[in-house]
Design a protein around this ligand. Structure first.
Ligand SMILES: NC(=O)c1ccc[n+]([C@@H]2O[C@H](COP(=O)([O-])OP(=O)(O)OC[C@H]3O[C@@H](n4cnc5c(N)ncnc54)[C@H](OP(=O)(O)O)[C@@H]3O)[C@@H](O)[C@H]2O)c1
Length: 246
């Protein structure tokens, strides 16, 4: 990988002001020269993606909401038109510290392959060249497609996209939520090995995704995340540190 690996787990492609201050976790007390980094959120207009965008903006990051129809972004964010099924213009990653993919796949097998396999693979290759971290929102049952035959086409495509990201050389984390809800984030249970089932609030997915962008301990790891009422996360860094690398 060409870019330097920073101790904060974010791999900036240059030494610009964005990259040099990418570890700043919150906006508190930052002056005009500080930034929490620059992020592209593909699917940032969606229900989970929007929560990711809000959290990044709250940290003082620069955020671009990307999608086929990104619409009106929250105040402070910009937009880019991106159809992940048609590949990605590498120039979109110029100066970008991290990319989140929170994209709903098409229901048909061919469309799912185009977006969740080939689209993610293209993005991962561009991110590897740019030294940009990618956090991919995936799902449970990736290794158990036979248990959900009606979702098998999507699951197989997602599994291939996950694997392409792991093999790309880009810094990454893969977040696998359970069945999504719009409940507020409560506690969390992180697992690995894709054996579990359960619900996951979109707010919790957003918390885990943003933490995975910033925390070096999440890099190179794939994990499931489920709601676990009462089990508040005291430290995402500690949660990620207890996971094994892929
Ligand atoms: N539903 C569940 O129980 C469940 C469980 C586990 C994981 N997940 C996954 O969790 C993620 C978030 O789900 P959600 O319900 O919050 O999503 P959502 O509200 O349906 O939003 C999906 C986003 O994907 C974007 N998108 C769709 N096709 C795209 C394409 N070809 N290129 C770029 N962007 C595209 C949409 O924007 P445009 O339409 O403007 O392109 C939208 O912003 C998804 O990956 C979902 O599959 C869901």
């Amino acid at each position: 990988m060409g870019a330097a690996v920073r101790s904060n787990g974010i791999h900036p492609r240059d030494t610009s002001a964005d990259a040099a201050t990418a570890a700043v976790p919150h906006n508190d007390g930052m002056n005009d020269h500080e930034s929490a980094g620059t992020f592209l959120v593909i699917g940032g207009s969606g229900r989970t993606g929007r929560l990711v965008v809000e959290r990044l903006l709250a940290r003082g990051a620069r955020v671009t909401v990307a999608g086929r129809r990104p619409g009106n972004p929250p105040r402070g964010a910009t937009t880019a038109t991106v159809d992940l099924g048609r590949g990605i213009d590498p120039a979109l990653l110029d100066g970008v510290t991290g990319v989140v993919v929170s994209v709903e796949p098409p229901a048909d097998d061919r469309g799912a392959q185009a977006v969740m396999n080939h689209g993610v693979a293209d993005l991962a290759a561009a991110a590897a060249k740019a030294g940009t971290k990618v956090v991919l929102v995936s799902q449970i049952y990736i290794t158990r497609a036979h248990e959900h035959p009606s979702l098998a086409g999507i699951i197989v495509a997602r599994a291939a996209g996950e694997e392409a990201l792991r093999a790309s050389g880009a810094p990454y984390a893969i977040v696998r939520p359970g069945w999504l809800t719009d409940a507020p984030a409560g506690g969390a249970r992180l697992e690995q090995g894709d054996t579990g089932d359960g619900r996951t609030s979109r707010a919790l997915v957003a918390d885990a995704t943003v933490a995975a962008l910033f925390e070096p301990a999440a890099s190179g790891k794939t994990f499931e995340v489920f709601d676990a009422p009462g089990a508040q996360v005291a430290s995402w860094s500690d949660e990620f540190a207890s996971l094994r690398r892929d």
